[in-house]
Design a protein around this ligand. Structure first.
Ligand code: FE2
Ligand code: FE2
Length: 163
């Protein structure tokens, strides 16, 4: 059972939102964080099925929000680092330079702000102050994560590979 501050048990497999390699971007730290977000979303789903006490789900939602804030901050700094590196060594990383232009970087960072707002909205809709039935919570969080990892982060894998 996942508890605040524990590390991600790599052996744990979930059926609700199984880990797939498509969620990895080829950066150890960011991928560990993606795994952790997947794990928390799965634990929320498990809690809804087996232990729907609001306190447990609220604790997990707080964890998901905080770890998302940390992850997006880390991802922003990792992208800025890549951008600075390819700008300094233009000739060495032409492919990465193209894929990590200032416009792409700015748009990706702006998307993180939107993603965090969306998560906060979902959490508010189902959190302690809300009377909304929590049946859809897991599905909304799953869609939210897949949008982050597949729609927006997938291109990072090509960037990291091009370095
Ligand atoms: Fe990410
Ligand atoms: Fe991202």
């Amino acid at each position: 059972m996942l508890s605040p501050g524990c590390s991600t048990p790599q052996s744990q497999e979930y059926s609700f939102l199984p880990w797939v390699e498509g969620y990895a971007v080829g950066h150890d730290g960011l991928d560990t964080e993606h795994r952790r977000l997947v794990e928390i979303i799965n634990e929320i789903h498990v809690a809804q099925q087996t232990d729907p006490a609001p306190a447990r789900i609220n604790t997990l939602l707080d964890m998901l929000h905080q770890e998302t804030v940390d992850h997006l901050r880390h991802e922003n700094s990792a992208m800025r680092e890549v951008s600075g590196k390819v700008a300094l060594e233009k000739g060495s990383h032409p492919a990465a330079l193209k894929m990590m232009s200032d416009a792409v970087l700015d748009e990706h960072i702006a998307e993180h702000a939107r993603s965090l707002q969306k998560l906060a909205f979902i959490i508010r809709s189902f959190g302690p102050e809300s009377n909304a039935p929590s049946g859809e919570l897991g599905d909304l969080l799953k869609d939210w994560f897949i949008e982050h990892a597949i729609k927006y982060d997938a291109h990072l894998k090509a960037v990291f590979q091009a370095l």
